[in-house]
Design a protein around this ligand. Structure first.
Ligand SMILES: Nc1nc2c(ncn2[C@@H]2O[C@H](COP(=O)(O)OP(=O)(O)OP(=O)(O)O)[C@@H](O)[C@H]2O)c(=O)[nH]1
Ligand SMILES: [Zn+2]
Length: 351
């Protein structure tokens, strides 16, 4: 991949990153933005150009590094010293049920949540992505593709706008450049965006439009794994001709929600507001007397689907939080056992 040279500002640098760096930091290294995370190290861009830098094991272990991260690179040593505090971080719950969080994309300014004006349109799935974006600290923008294929795009837009207060929703024909230009306000110089959504909704089509020749997302970066699924070995971040950045990582396609209560509450603001009107403060909205939430469902003011999706996401997030706690407890116990074993061994050797 060849990159022209970019200034820090063009790379998305913001004053708040600098505030966290001391003079000693600047003596030790210089900031660079992570374009790709490989097993062997990081591909970064800085005002010095494109480079491969080593990722020390300790850094990879402690919270990891994601595409879009800013790292401090050691002068003359081509080695990442540390990851700068992130303004936003999209992470996923790792597959395999251990509920560990894996960083996927950092320092995003907007997350395009893509669905289409057809059968893929699924309010519950959209709500899940919206909560995920808020949890990551990123502004979600809903993009409804395939607006050219039916006449009812406006209905889909209206339905999506109901899903969160103040949500921006765009209907586009992803095949048409002029239509895609509606995304422009989120793609100003130095801004970083990414796409999430189901397979086939048009994420690649949109991203390819935005990045032009810079991104050959399907070319060469996908491999088939043993199960015949597509996996991608490289993670990438691409410049648009207008000066924005598009992050496209495979992990984005398997996002599972493990969102905090507050972020869910921000998406389901209407339900939280209704809940304050329930007769009892600890109302569970399940047949409780004087329940305003259930009353709203009964008189059609609140969608039963929306309520049940809220409950489902709450359960999932409670489960994930619990598992994380259990994990910490487990490693604490494990460490205690190891410490004890070491002590016993030392005592034996000492004798
Ligand atoms: N008519 C029309 N076709 C579209 C539109 N957006 C996408 N398509 C078509 O839908 C198909 C799937 O689009 P992709 O961009 O590959 O979808 P994707 O979301 O990247 O899918 P994955 O890579 O599997 O995650 C392609 O054949 C596109 O040409 C649209 O707005 N209008
Ligand atoms: Zn209630």
């Amino acid at each position: 991949m060849s990159f022209q040279t970019f200034s820090l500002h063009q790379l998305g640098w913001q004053a708040e990153y600098a505030r966290l760096l001391t003079l000693a930091d600047f003596d030790a290294g210089y900031p660079a933005r992570v374009m790709a995370v490989h097993r062997s190290g990081l591909a970064v861009l800085s005002s010095r150009g494109a480079m491969a830098v080593a990722l020390p094991h300790a850094l990879a272990e402690s919270g990891g590094v994601a595409v879009g991260d800013w790292v401090l690179v050691e002068h003359e040593a081509d080695r990442a010293l540390r990851v700068l505090d992130r303004r936003s971080l999209l992470s996923r719950v790792a597959a395999g049920g251990d509920h560990r969080r894996q960083p996927i994309a950092a320092n995003l300014d907007a997350l395009f949540v893509v669905s289409s004006c057809n059968d893929d349109f699924n309010p519950s799935r959209l709500e899940r992505y919206l909560a995920l974006a808020l949890d990551a600290g990123v502004l979600p923008v809903v993009v409804l593709t395939k607006a050219d294929l039916g006449e009812d795009a406006a209905d889909y837009v209206a339905a999506a706008e109901q899903l969160m207060p103040g949500l921006s929703v765009l209907a586009v024909n992803a095949l048409d450049e002029a239509s895609v230009s509606q995304l422009g306000p989120w793609l100003t110089p130095g801004k970083t965006v990414a796409f999430v959504g189901s397979s086939g909704v048009g994420k690649s089509t949109l991203a390819n439009h935005l990045t032009g020749a810079a991104m050959q997302r399907t070319a060469g970066i996908r491999e088939d794994d043993a199960r015949g699924r597509h996996t991608t070995t490289a993670r990438e971040m691409f410049p648009t001709p207008g000066g924005a950045w598009v992050i496209d990582t495979p992990g984005m396609r398997e996002l599972r929600v493990a969102v905090g209560e507050a972020e869910l509450g921000a998406v389901f603001d209407d339900i939280d507001a209704l809940a304050t009107q329930c007769r009892f403060g600890d109302c569970r909205h399940e047949g409780d007397a004087g329940c305003a939430v259930e009353a709203a469902v009964a008189d059609g003011a609140l969608d039963a689907r929306r309520l049940s999706n809220y409950r489902k996401l709450q359960r999932e997030s409670a489960h994930a939080q619990r598992s994380l706690r259990e994990q910490h407890e487990h490693s604490r116990q494990f460490n205690a056992v190891v410490t004890q074993a070491m002590r016993v061994k030392k005592e034996k050797l000492g004798r």
